[in-house]
Design a protein around this ligand. Structure first.
Ligand SMILES: O=C(O)CCC(=O)C(=O)O
Ligand SMILES: [Fe+2]
Length: 293
């Protein structure tokens, strides 16, 4: 099957609720209202939810696409601090976020498991969606993250698993919850617990030790799309109960610059392997670093 045939399989209107969110009419009142609401939420606490963006029939397609690809999930259990480090750092006290390690036991379906034209990929790459997201984030233009593994992923939390408290390294993430757990698997966050001038270590330590001060549990349902600024807001997906169904979320990564590829070390940590593109990008970085020095 060639790319054109595959892409023609789903129109964007089959997958997302363009009656409620007229993505093809950016000048309409409904479009502007959705953008304004998301901007207000993002400014207040760095998190916006576009309710029921995915049509119910499309949601079951997204779910089957995840289930079909689930055997390609890279699971990794590690104990890590909120900055994704796993080693004790003697420059900090023992009872400190840098030296507090909690279990992350989820897995990711990697970017190269999704073929062009599947419903999840069509939504991820829809120019109408990136235009809408850019408007919500008050950014001029967004590009799909060019990383062949980390661009389009699904976060898989099977029964008993959790994605512990952390900060993201990218400025924002876009998530569509596809299958929710019956118990646990909740997205929790502490809005703006740190900022460029203040690491917020005391508050972070309190949350890592189970404190609930400032913790918000997001009301996110299957079919909702979440836009989240995860660099300043500590967040986690709580443990999925042992007798629950799994939690599956599609994660769309975008960048402001085109052609960005992730670092080798982080790629190995999340996906257990790297591709020639990652190694080439790393060599390119070394070369330009040498030139700059
Ligand atoms: O699955 C989610 O809702 C988000 C998980 C998360 O925080 C991440 O992948 O960085
Ligand atoms: Fe995150």
């Amino acid at each position: 099957m060639n790319g054109t045939t595959m892409t023609a399989r789903y129109g964007l209107g089959d997958l997302i609720d363009v009656d409620r969110y007229p993505f093809d009419q950016p000048d309409s009142a409904a479009y502007r209202a959705a953008v304004d609401a998301a901007r207000a939420q993002l400014r207040t606490d760095g998190c916006a939810v576009i309710k029921d963006l995915i049509r119910p029939a499309a949601l079951s397609i997204l779910s089957s696409e995840i289930v079909e690809r689930k055997p390609t999930t890279h699971y990794s259990t590690q104990t890590m601090n909120p900055y994704f480090h796993t080693e004790h750092n003697p420059d900090y006290p023992d009872r400190h976020p840098v030296n507090t390690f909690l279990e992350r036991s989820s897995g990711f379906i990697p970017g190269d498991s999704w073929e062009s034209g599947c419903a999840t990929d069509v939504i991820f790459r829809a120019p109408e969606l990136t235009r809408f997201l850019a408007a919500c984030l008050e950014i001029r233009r967004l590009h799909c993250y060019a990383d062949p593994l980390a661009g389009l992923t699904a976060n898989i939390l099977d029964p008993g698993q959790q994605f512990t408290w952390h900060f993201d390294t990218n400025d924002f993430a876009v998530t569509v919850l596809v299958d929710e757990a019956d118990e646990g698997g909740l997205f929790e966050y502490v809005p703006n617990i740190r900022n460029a001038d203040d690491e917020g270590f005391d508050h972070i330590q309190d949350v890592l030790e189970g404190g609930r001060d400032g913790v918000v549990t997001l009301d996110l349902r299957p079919g909702d799309l979440q836009i989240f600024r995860g660099r300043y807001s500590l967040h986690r997906v709580s443990r999925v109960a042992a007798d629950s169904v799994p939690r599956h979320a599609a994660i769309f990564a975008y960048t402001e610059q085109p052609g960005v590829i992730g670092r080798v070390v982080r790629t190995r940590q999340l996906f257990g392997r790297v591709l020639p593109e990652h190694e080439a990008a790393e060599r390119e970085r070394v070369r330009s670093d040498t030139l700059l020095d």
